[in-house]
Design a protein around this ligand. Structure first.
Ligand SMILES: Nc1ncnc2c1ncn2[C@@H]1O[C@H](COP(=O)(O)OP(=O)(O)OP(=O)(O)O)[C@@H](O)[C@H]1O
Ligand SMILES: [Mg+2]
Length: 260
């Protein structure tokens, strides 16, 4: 892979909290325009890894390159500028309860762009349509189902047309049908908007064939980062064991989700 295809590169990241070594030399290349799924058991450091990519946590050692710029070495305005390239959807979605669906989605535009209100309205209405939320414009988060909240969160994360989307456990708390819907939406919007996405997910095997690459974080290292078909063919005993443990034999495919 040539350097120019890498959107994000984590190079030899080490991170400890007190005496607990969480990341012990993570190397990971995330290619532009692709979907990389980071999986691994609970407590292995997946969320900590995502926070390194955003510059929310600084490594003890190592570098995090975002489009060639080392996010561990920049601060203040430069860091904020780099962060505007990211859309982020954390586990709890974090909508503002006192704001309507419309206002939640409009927030990034109102705070961070200089668009006139008329343009804001046009953009928000277009994304409500894309996310199939047209009937919920004036509702408040408490009136929405879990799946609808995720869709509002995704719409909001996409408002500033980020180059990179980071999702931490996007389907937590959703039933299997709803999480299926959320993934379908992810892949459809990615096809349309062509961003790079990094998804931390426990939904293996569901997400298996939808990812371009699957990175397995284990004992502080990325033990494998392979395309789904490469993972399945791998002879590495660790990978084979992982496949058997988490996959069983069933997994969904893009055609099953009618993504292609
Ligand atoms: N700010 C922090 N201070 C101290 N310890 C932390 C901090 N953030 C994370 N940790 C520890 O680092 C380890 C990895 O946490 P992390 O949240 O990244 O796990 P995870 O892989 O995302 O797990 P899960 O799948 O349950 O979300 C945990 O043991 C956690 O307690
Ligand atoms: Mg986590």
């Amino acid at each position: 892979m040539s350097q120019s295809e890498s959107c994000i590169r984590l190079i030899d990241i080490h991170k400890s909290f007190g005496s607990q070594e969480v990341l012990r030399g993570v190397d990971l290349d995330i290619e532009r325009g692709q979907t990389t799924v980071i999986c691994g058991e609970s407590g292995q450091g997946k969320s900590v890894l995502l926070k390194h990519i955003l510059g929310l946590v600084r490594p003890d050692r190592g570098r995090v390159l975002v489009e060639g710029e080392d996010i561990t070495r920049i601060k203040g305005a430069a860091l904020n500028r780099l962060r505007t390239r990211f859309g982020v959807l954390f586990q709890g979605v974090a909508l503002f309860d006192s704001m309507s669906v419309f206002d939640n989605i409009a927030l990034p535009l109102r705070e961070r762009s200089r668009l006139p209100e008329k343009e804001v309205k046009k953009k928000v209405l277009a994304s409500l349509k894309m996310m199939d939320l047209e009937g919920s414009t004036d509702k408040f988060p408490a009136q929405l189902s879990g799946g609808m909240k995720k869709r509002v969160g995704l719409a909001r994360a996409l408002q500033l047309e980020p180059d990179i989307l980071l999702f931490d456990e996007p389907t937590t708390g959703l039933d299997p049908v709803k999480s299926h819907d959320v993934y379908r939406l992810f892949f459809e919007t990615q096809k349309k908007l062509d961003y790079t996405s990094v998804i931390v997910s426990h939904d293996i095997p569901k997400i298996f064939n939808l990812a371009d690459k699957i990175a397995i974080l284990h004992q502080g290292e990325v033990r494998a980062c392979l395309a789904p078909e490469e993972l399945q063919r791998s002879r590495d005993p660790f990978v084979r064991d992982f496949i058997v443990r988490v996959m069983g034999s069933a997994h969904s495919s893009k055609s099953e989700l009618s993504v292609e």
